[in-house]
Design a protein around this ligand. Structure first.
Ligand SMILES: [Zn+2]
Length: 241
């Protein structure tokens, strides 16, 4: 067997191997796209969607609110979305997800964009990422996020960021949103059944990462169980469901 022939054969194997790897990557990527186009689906092992089994760590409402790390950046009072807003009747909490995977689409960046008027017909109360929560509207005022008058007039809107930058951790974002939701439930006496996905109002696939085939399923039940866990932490171990 000549060295030249061997080299040719190695080069051929190399090409076949490279093509196979590329096809495999493309297949995985396509599968992820088909399942919803989000890379969090590539890291499901990071989150086990099971009810919380850890013992309660009782704390006060204000202590849990501090853990949420709320910054206040209210939209300008003359912003288009705030004109004609009504008094909010907070009977529901509506959970959304931004579906924006750009690395810079953090809670603060979304809030800045909101304050600059980048989202012409939309507004919501809180934007959450893995590090902080930014309040964008006063809680006495309606936002434009639910897609129906009933949803807008009766619910507090929470947007969860899906930014994908170095070290991003969607679990921490969802956990922070669960803590915020528990704080708001306690403050306004809202029942867990009234913590709803955007889907509840318009059948939209939102918050997509916590829905299953576009509908509330095990992941949404998991989110509810986390909210309930934090609620019990600040309510003497008792649920409100
Ligand atoms: Zn939504």
């Amino acid at each position: 067997m000549s060295r030249k022939w061997q080299n040719n054969r190695m080069a051929r194997y190399g090409k076949i191997l490279a093509t196979t790897v590329l096809l495999a990557i493309a297949a995985v990527f396509t599968a992820c796209q088909q399942q919803g186009g989000n890379s969090y689906l590539r890291t499901p092992r990071a989150v086990r969607f099971q009810p919380v089994s850890t013992p309660l760590v009782k704390r006060s409402l204000s202590r849990l609110a501090r853990e949420v790390n709320i910054k206040v950046r209210i939209m300008p009072s003359n912003a288009r979305q705030r004109r004609g807003s009504r008094r909010l009747n907070p009977r529901f909490i509506t959970i959304h997800s931004t579906a924006n995977h750009s690395p810079s689409s953090t809670a603060m960046q979304h809030s800045r964009a909101l304050c600059r008027g980048a989202f012409t017909n939309r507004s919501w109360h809180f934007t959450v990422d893995q590090f902080m929560c930014v309040q964008n509207l006063p809680l006495r005022e309606t936002g434009w996020h639910a897609g129906t008058p009933a949803g807008n007039h009766n619910s507090i809107g929470i947007e969860m960021c899906e930014c994908e930058n170095r070290g991003h951790n969607h679990f921490r974002t969802w956990d922070r949103a669960a803590k915020l939701t528990a704080v708001l439930m306690k403050r306004y006496g809202i029942n867990l059944r009234r913590v709803v996905p955007h889907y509840h109002w318009t059948r939209k696939n939102c918050p997509a990462p916590l829905l299953t085939n576009g509908k509330p399923g095990p992941k949404w039940a998991w989110f509810h169980s986390r909210v309930d866990y934090y609620y019990r932490c600040i309510n003497e171990g008792k649920s409100n469901r």
